[in-house]
Design a protein around this ligand. Structure first.
Ligand code: IMP
Length: 421
C-alpha cells in the first residue's frame, strides 16, 4: 500500500497536476484535500490538454475514485462548468465524489473577495478572486454552509438566513444591493439536482481504501510559500497546502501517509503579491516567462519568474517531511549560458538559511551560486543518463541542498516527457 501526498514546494503552479496524472494511472483513489477552484492544474495526456481547477487530477483514469475532500471549498457553478468540459472530451465522471463536509463558495463570497481586495488599496494580496478567502473565513467563524446542507433544504434555509443577513450588511457597507434568500435557495436547489447524487460522507470510502492497502494519492494545491501558517502571510491562501493539511482535509491519520513528494519547478514562479527574493526583473525573467508560458492557469495573469530558491525548498522539505522531490520544466532552462541557485538570504549583513517572517523576507537579498547551463535540448531525455552533464550536476545540487532524493524530472508537458529515477 502507498499513501502518497503530492505537495507544492514553492509558490504554487509547480506542476503537481502532471505528477498526479502520472501516478494516478495506477492509483485507486485521488483526494483533493484543500483549496478550491483557485487551483489551476494543467494536465496533458492522450485525452488532450486540461486545466483542472477543483476536480482531482486522477479523473482521467476511470478506475480511480476521485474525491473532493472535506478540507476544500467548492463553487458548484465552476465545478459544473469543469465537469461539462471534461464530459465533452469524453472523460468518464462516474467516479467523482464530493465530501458533504466541504464548504460551499456562495455568490457573496466571490463578491466579497473582489470588494475586500479593492478596499486593501495599495496592499492587495492578489487573490484569484474566486471567493476562497471569504469562504474559509466563514468556515472558521462557524458561519459556513456545507455541500451536505444542499441535501437538507430546511436546514439550508435556516443556515443561509442567519448568514445572509450579516453578508447583506457588509454588502450595503460597500454600497452593493442585498442578495435575496429565495434566489440563493433556488440556486441551491438547482445545484442539488445537478450534483446532489455525488455528495456523500467520503470517510468510509477513504477508510476502506487505506485499510484495504490501496494506492491513494493526496493532491495538494498551491505550495508551502502560500500556506496560511508557513507562507508569506498575509500574501497566502486561506488553507494549509503543506502535508500537515492532508489529514484534516482528506480524513486520514498522519501515520497513514507513507510518502510525501514535493513538486518544484527547476526555477521559480509566483502569481499574486508578496516577497519573492529570487525574482528576476531582467531579460532572463522575461525569457523564463515566455519559454515556460508562465501565465496563471486560473486567472491568466503573467507569473513573476526567478531563479530556483533552495532556501524556500528547504523550508518546504522540513514542513512537509518530503520523502522525494519532483523537478518540473527542466527543458525551460535549455540554452541558458549559466544558472543561479539561491542558497541563502542576506539580512542585515548576515546570511541566513531559513525563511524569515514576511516583513524581513521582503528585505532579504538573495545569495547565489552559479552553475553552467547546457546548450542541448532535454525534451527527448527519458532517463537520467540522457540528460546533459551540466543538467545532471544542476539537479544533483538541487537535491543535495534540499536534503531530499530526486524522484521525478519532467522535460516537457506530455505524459511520457518524464524521467523516473
Ligand atoms: P486566493 O487563494 O485566491 O485567496 O489567493 C491567495 C494567494 O494565492 C494569491 O497570491 C494568489 O495569486 C495565490 N494563488 C491562489 N491559487 C493559486 C494557484 O493555483 N497557483 C498559484 N498561485 C495561486
Amino acid at each position: 500500500m502507498t499513501i502518497t501526498a503530492i505537495v507544492g514546494a514553492q509558490w504554487g503552479d509547480e506542476g503537481k497536476g502532471r505528477i498526479v496524472d502520472y501516478l494516478a494511472q495506477r492509483a485507486d483513489m485521488v483526494i483533493r484535500f484543500q483549496g478550491g477552484d483557485n487551483a489551476g492544474h494543467t494536465v496533458v495526456n492522450d485525452r488532450g490538454t486540461f486545466r483542472l481547477h477543483i476536480v482531482p487530477s486522477g479523473i482521467f483514469n476511470p478506475a480511480t475514485r476521485c474525491i473532493v475532500g472535506p478540507g476544500t471549498v467548492v463553487n458548484p457553478d465552476t465545478l459544473l462548468a469543469e465537469m461539462a468540459e471534461l464530459a465533452a472530451a469524453g472523460i468518464d465522471l462516474g467516479n467523482l465524489w464530493l465530501s458533504e463536509r466541504a464548504h460551499l463558495i456562495l455568490p457573496y463570497h466571490r463578491l466579497l473577495d473582489g470588494l475586500e481586495e479593492s478596499a486593501r488599496g495599495g496592499s492587495q494580496i492578489g487573490t484569484t478572486g474566486r471567493g476562497i478567502g471569504p469562504a474559509y473565513a466563514d468556515k472558521s467563524a462557524r458561519a459556513g454552509v456545507r455541500l451536505g446542507d444542499l441535501l437538507r433544504p430546511e436546514y439550508l434555509r435556516e443556515r443561509l438566513a442567519g448568514t445572509l443577513a450579516q453578508k447583506n450588511l457588509t454588502l450595503a457597507h460597500f454600497g452593493r444591493q442585498p442578495l435575496a434568500l429565495d434566489d440563493l435557495l433556488a440556486q441551491a436547489e438547482a445545484w442539488r439536482h445537478a450534483i446532489g447524487g455525488r455528495i456523500i460522507d467520503t470517510l468510509p470510502l477513504v477508510r476502506d481504501a487505506v485499510r484495504g492497502g490501496q494506492d491513494v494519492l493526496l493532491e495538494g494545491q498551491l505550495g508551502v510559500m502560500r500556506d496560511l501558517d508557513w507562507g508569506t502571510y498575509p500574501f497566502v491562501t486561506s488553507s494549509n497546502p503543506i502535508a500537515g493539511g492532508v489529514c484534516a482535509g482528506a480524513g486520514l491519520p498522519p501515520s497513514a501517509v507513507g510518502r510525501v513528494v514535493g513538486v518544484a519547478k527547476a526555477y521559480c514562479t509566483a502569481v499574486g503579491a508578496g516577497p519573492f527574493p529570487s525574482e528576476l526583473h531582467d531579460e532572463v525573467g522575461v525569457r523564463l516567462r515566455t519559454v515556460g508560458q508562465e501565465y496563471g492557469a486560473t486567472t491568466g495573469r503573467p507569473r513573476r519568474c526567478g531563479w530556483y530558491d533552495a532556501v524556500a525548498i528547504s523550508h518546504g522539505a522540513w514542513l512537509n517531511g518530503l520523502t522525494g522531490l519532483a523537478i518540473t520544466k527542466l527543458d525551460v532552462l535549455d540554452g541558458l549560458a549559466e544558472l543561479k541557485i539561491c542558497t541563502g538570504y542576506r539580512l542585515d549583513g548576515q546570511i541566513i538559511d531559513r525563511v524569515p517572517d514576511t516583513p524581513d523576507m521582503a528585505r532579504v537579498e538573495p545569495v547565489y551560486e552559479t552553475w553552467p547551463g547546457w546548450q542541448t535540448a532535454t525534451r527527448d531525455a527519458r532517463a537520467w543518463a540522457d540528460l546533459p552533464e551540466a543538467a545532471r550536476a544542476y539537479l544533483s545540487r538541487i537535491a543535495e541542498l534540499a536534503g531530499v532524493p530526486l524522484q521525478y524530472v519532467s522535460v516537457g508537458p506530455e505524459r511520457e516527457q518524464l524521467i523516473v529515477m
